[in-house]
Design a protein around this ligand. Structure first.
Ligand code: FMN
Length: 185
């Protein structure tokens, strides 16, 4: 399996980092693209420089490189996950704007009919944010608010992150044992 992973400038960069680690452990080929603000938030919240983040992915592409393989539908990928997805990037995708590699790769994912999962994070959500999400959900994009459930009594931030990353992998059809499932011991 080959996935494109985008990290943009929403808070909760920890989900993007944990997702890359999980995909690496599962031997899934990842193509990472990070926006300028995504890099800023990863550094600020996770104390992680871009070089370290890049080392978690199989391939890294510059967000300005609109000629990168993932900018073309002819490059085979099984889907794309943007975690976290800023309202800026979500709005651009919802309106067909693809002026950087994150938004272009998302546009390609949609036009090729592949799975696109977005983990948006903002509060409160404005009508503009909600309308953009609805527009994307209507064409099959999965909107997965970065809001883990608490019904498994998480004790650490790591537990919460695993719940969210696990649900994201579920949506991609990837087997994992990151978190417990309701109704199973
Ligand atoms: C520390 C920090 C946290 C931020 N958190 C959010 C957030 O949770 N959601 C959001 O939509 N934007 C957030 N922003 C603002 C975005 O980074 C900003 O809108 C930026 O233009 C997004 O660019 P990008 O989509 O290219 O990453 C945050 C900015 C900073 C500096």
């Amino acid at each position: 399996m080959r996935l494109v992973v985008g990290i943009t400038g929403g808070s909760c960069a920890i989900y993007g980092v944990a997702l890359l680690k999980a995909l690496e452990q599962l031997n899934i080929e990842t193509h990472l693209v990070v926006s300028r603000m995504g890099q800023y938030v990863v550094e600020h919240e996770c104390d992680m420089k871009l070089e370290e983040l890049k080392s978690l992915a199989a391939y890294h592409h510059d967000n300005n490189d609109l000629a990168a393989p993932i900018a073309s539908g002819s490059f085979r990928a099984d889907g794309m996950i943007i975690a976290p997805c800023s309202m800026n990037t979500l709005g651009a995708i919802a309106n067909g704007i693809s002026n950087n590699l994150v938004t272009r790769a998302a546009d390609v994912t949609i036009k090729e009919g592949r799975k696109l999962l977005l983990l948006p994070r903002e509060t409160p959500l404005s009508v503009i944010h909600l309308e953009n999400m609805l527009k994307l959900a209507r064409i099959g994009v999965k909107i997965m608010p970065a809001a883990p459930g608490f019904y498994h009594q998480p004790e650490t931030i790591g537990d919460l992150v695993n719940i969210m990353v696990g649900r994201t992998l579920d949506q991609m059809g990837i087997e994992h044992c990151l978190s417990k499932r309701w109704g199973e011991d």
